[in-house]
Design a protein around this ligand. Structure first.
Ligand code: ADP
Length: 385
């Protein structure tokens, strides 16, 4: 049993946020994130209340990447040393591992997962492993590497193997033998993602990119050759605002902006978190109430997540919620990573600016929920290929 580990990363202010003096709403101290409603500073809200509201959330890692001049600035290397190294350690022990980035568009998901030319992100660093034998699948429903093969199918089907779990049928696989080849594949996939969209931001804000590394280790067990195969999913999610009906209402194209996979991910996370809390409260009937092991602010976070989703079933239910994995391609493919056989890390990215107060608060609440999910990772011994 292992809880989903959750990291928060705060990016630098951008030019737009800097113009009004760059007032910050977010503060990080060790493993705590504080968010302050600075809009209320010196003013009153609609209820005539001028008190400053500060909410506090606890996470497994908090990265302050606002300015390199600050002493507690977290660089790409530091993020890799924590998260990337634990992904590699998990895979080399034979576990499936998933690392996914969640957050509003423009908060640094792609920067964290992929990085830039001068500042490599987690995915290319993770590919820099010393293993001899590594296969790469790069998946979406669309195969981002299909150009390398003759198969011209544009939309691929997700199916489920009784033991190995969900997979994408006909997805191309590419064996690589070193880091350079792995990064070439990655770059090719990113280029395909971009050319398919009308605008660079469209690509990363609308679609989910899943880069999967199959990590194969040849071992000798009782003098017999055997293999341990583990999967690493590295996921750059669509912008979280795509799941927000208020955001979509403002757009001319309305419904097409709502991202079903993202909405379902919210419902799945919410239901899993609820189930985990139910199980843990059964196990610790006599223990002292610990204010939710997420360490997050007690409050109304359920409402922002479960919004309209099935499963909720109104408080006090004794039954575990049904988890609607199959309602979207993303949740189906990540089924193992969410409540199943995987060690999973979520990195939630936010802006530090007071201008993004509402979005940041909703990301923090989402992340606090995810932290309650309990997975059941196990070593994949001798998974015959
Ligand atoms: P997202 O993928 O969430 O839409 P991006 O990764 O594209 O956001 O980030 C938006 C912009 O902010 C990019 O120009 C990116 O280089 C910059 N950025 C994001 N996070 C950081 C960071 N930690 N340090 C420096 N620049 C960052």
């Amino acid at each position: 049993m292992a809880n989903v580990k959750v990291a928060i990363r705060v990016r630098p202010l951008n030019a737009r946020e800097g113009v009004d003096g760059g007032r910050l709403a977010v503060q990080v101290e060790d493993k705590l994130v504080r968010i302050k409603n600075t809009k209320l500073d010196g003013r009153q809200d609609v209820h005539g209340d001028s008190r400053e509201k500060v909410l506090e959330f606890g996470f497994d890692y908090c990265y302050w990447s606002v300015s390199p001049e600050e002493p507690h600035y977290a660089s790409q290397e530091e993020v890799f040393q924590d998260l990337g190294v634990s992904v590699l350690a998990g895979a080399s022990e034979g576990y499936n591992v998933c690392l996914f980035a969640y957050g509003q568009t423009g908060t640094g998901k792609t920067y964290t997962m992929m990085g830039t030319q001068d500042s490599m992100g987690l995915t290319p660093r993770i590919c820099q492993v010393r293993n001899r034998f590594l296969e790469i699948y790069n998946e979406r429903v669309r195969d981002l590497l299909r150009g390398r093969e003759r198969k011209k199918k544009d939309s691929l089907r997700v199916r489920e193997h009784p033991e190995k779990g969900p997979y994408v049928q006909d997805l191309s696989q590419h064996v690589v033998s070193d880091y350079k080849q792995a990064v070439e594949l990655l770059e090719e996939g990113i280029a395909n993602r971009i050319t398919a969209a009308t605008h660079i931001h469209d690509a990363s804000s609308r679609s989910h990119a899943i880069f999967t590394i199959q990590y194969t280790q040849a071992i000798l067990e009782n003098n017999l050759p055997s293999e341990i195969v583990s999967k690493i999913h590295l996921v750059d999610l669509a912008g979280s605002e795509r799941a927000d009906p208020h955001y979509c209402r403002d757009r001319l194209t309305e419904g097409s902006n709502i991202n079903k996979s993202l909405v379902t991910l919210g419902i799945v996370i919410s239901a899993l978190a609820q189930n985990s809390q139910m199980s843990s409260s059964c196990q610790s009937i006599n223990s002292v109430a610990s204010e939710g092991d997420a360490g997050s602010t007690v409050g109304s976070h359920t409402s922002s997540l479960s919004g309209g989703g099935g499963g909720g079933g109104g408080g006090g239910g004794r039954r575990h919620c049904f988890i609607p994995y199959r309602d979207s391609v993303l949740t189906w493919l990540l089924k193992d990573s969410l409540g199943g056989n995987s060690k999973t890390i979520m990195i939630a990215t936010v802006s530090p600016s007071c201008r993004s107060y509402n979005e940041t608060l909703s990301t923090l609440r989402y992340a606090a929920h995810a932290r309650n999910i309990v997975n059941k990772p196990r070593v994949n011994e001798d998974a015959s290929v």
